[in-house]
Design a protein around this ligand. Sequence first.
Ligand SMILES: Nc1ncnc2c1ncn2[C@@H]1O[C@H](COP(=O)(O)OP(=O)(O)OP(=O)(O)O)[C@@H](O)[C@H]1O
Ligand SMILES: [Mg+2]
Length: 239
Amino acid sequence: MSAVPPLGTAHRHEKGRAGRFVTFEGGEGAGKSTQMRRLQQRLAERDVEAIATREPGGSPHAEALREALLGGKAASLGPLGEAVLFSAARIDHLDRLIKPALARGAWVICDRFADSTRAYQGARGGVEPRLIALLERVALLGTTPDLTIILDLPPEIGLERARQRRAPDETADRFEREDMAFHEGLRQSFLDIAASEPGRCCVVDALAPEEEVAQAIWHIVEARFFRGNAEQKTEQASA
Ligand SMILES: Nc1ncnc2c1ncn2[C@@H]1O[C@H](COP(=O)(O)OP(=O)(O)OP(=O)(O)O)[C@@H](O)[C@H]1O
Ligand SMILES: [Mg+2]
């Protein structure tokens, strides 16, 4: 029996969602992958199973689309075509990995998600907000992140970090190759998203040393998801 659920089943709605869904957003080299690993470790110390995944990708079909999207082959479709492909990849990722994991109570930590489509193809690519919103509704069908961490730093620093990390035979991806004005705009787009949805999004200063950034993120996660439980337990213990 396959562990992968078929498409169009009960996973395409919110029923049974028990885990937490946390996404990491921000510019290139902001520290998303680094901080996701650290959060996953912190959660493991609390015996919380957290699955780390990424976009575009995260499921076999979506990973196949990743190559076209980041390699630059899909760029000729234009930003709307790219947004549609990102959304197609997202639907597969949600159906095959994210929703089943949340339904069985695991946490899912995702490196980029729908806000990246809003920022890259929407605000930067010029796709109309109502089209981006429509695609997002169709792709997510209600599986909105419980928390989005937006790692903020000047793009020249992030791009330099990404450049230094890259292996000698690795080339910059389709978006890393955009000019500085694009990346400046991208930073602002993420800040605008955070301002428009303060309940879901938290902006974290990613210029700080790695350890400090990890602490800031942990405080947010703890306050949001564990403090209530801790208080409840204390109350039960003293009752
Ligand atoms: N707070 C930090 N201070 C300095 N360097 C950092 C910090 N966080 C991460 N780095 C380093 O910067 C580089 C990029 O970090 P990371 O790969 O986590 O970023 P990313 O946001 O996932 O990048 P990309 O968008 O390219 O996937 C890595 O070499 C990492 O070790
Ligand atoms: Mg990364």
